[in-house]
Write a protein that binds this ligand. Structure first.
Ligand code: NI
Ligand code: MN
Length: 218
């Protein structure tokens, strides 16, 4: 499975299916790709409707015919825009095109519905994308239930967890590998991923990517 960080919270996962999460590209000063360059996607997952997460999701779904997955209110909005969408809610699990998606809690704000995180199971790998969230004790449940092989955790602080809480989230979620996200996009979310790596220590492997860089998860 190949995982590419497009910058901010946007990740591109290529396995038996192609899954995109939170594609904020237009207006993202460090985005590694433009929506025009995306020609294939099976599923686009949106964690919440803030502009830096919903981003270009609708445009990409329209172009690629990907299925949008999001909380009920976002899915309805997508359907009203003529898109193929699967709505769900926190606590639920759905299968889309052979990919298992669990929607989990996130402690944050948003306009429509509620903010969420997702656990994605594909090709025998379990991935947790936290969305925008504070550190919560609920992450211990993610550890107990899912034991993610790899997690995408925000470290940029101010709007989400910062480095100390994200390091604690690594412990709570029992994740084996972690890719820090939601930092380095704007001055307000500046953070040093190497400081995060140091704090995590030997609890998990911290994979620091540059925007546009990929990691092969085996
Ligand atoms: Ni947000
Ligand atoms: Mn955000």
């Amino acid at each position: 499975m190949k995982i590419t960080w497009w910058g901010h919270a946007a990740v591109y996962i290529e396995g038996s299916r192609t899954v995109i999460i939170d594609p904020f590209l237009t207006g993202n000063p460090v985005a590694a790709i433009t929506p025009d360059e995306i020609n294939h996607a099976d599923i686009v997952i949106v964690t919440h409707d803030h502009g830096d997460h919903l981003g270009d999701a609708f445009t990409i779904c329209k172009k690629t015919k990907a299925t949008l997955v999001g909380i009920h209110e976002i899915a309805v909005m997508a359907q009203e825009n003529g898109l193929e969408a699967e709505g769900m809610n926190i606590g639920g699990t759905i299968q889309v095109k052979g990919v298992t998606i669990h929607m989990v809690n996130a402690l944050h704000s948003c306009d429509k519905g509620d903010p969420a995180g997702v656990v994605v199971e594909m090709d025998g790998q379990t991935l947790y994308h936290a969305g925008d969230t504070a550190l919560t004790y609920d992450m211990k449940l993610i550890g107990e239930f899912f034991q993610p092989d790899l997690s995408f955790l925000p470290i940029g602080d101010r709007y989400t967890m910062g480095i100390p809480s994200a390091a604690k989230a690594v412990e709570f979620t029992q994740t084996k590998k972690v890719i820090p996200i939601h930092y380095g996009t704007f001055p307000l979310v500046a953070a040093d991923p190497f400081e995060f790596k140091k704090r995590v220590g030997d609890r998990a492997e911290v994979i620091i990517l540059k925007q546009g860089e990929s990691y092969n998860l085996v």
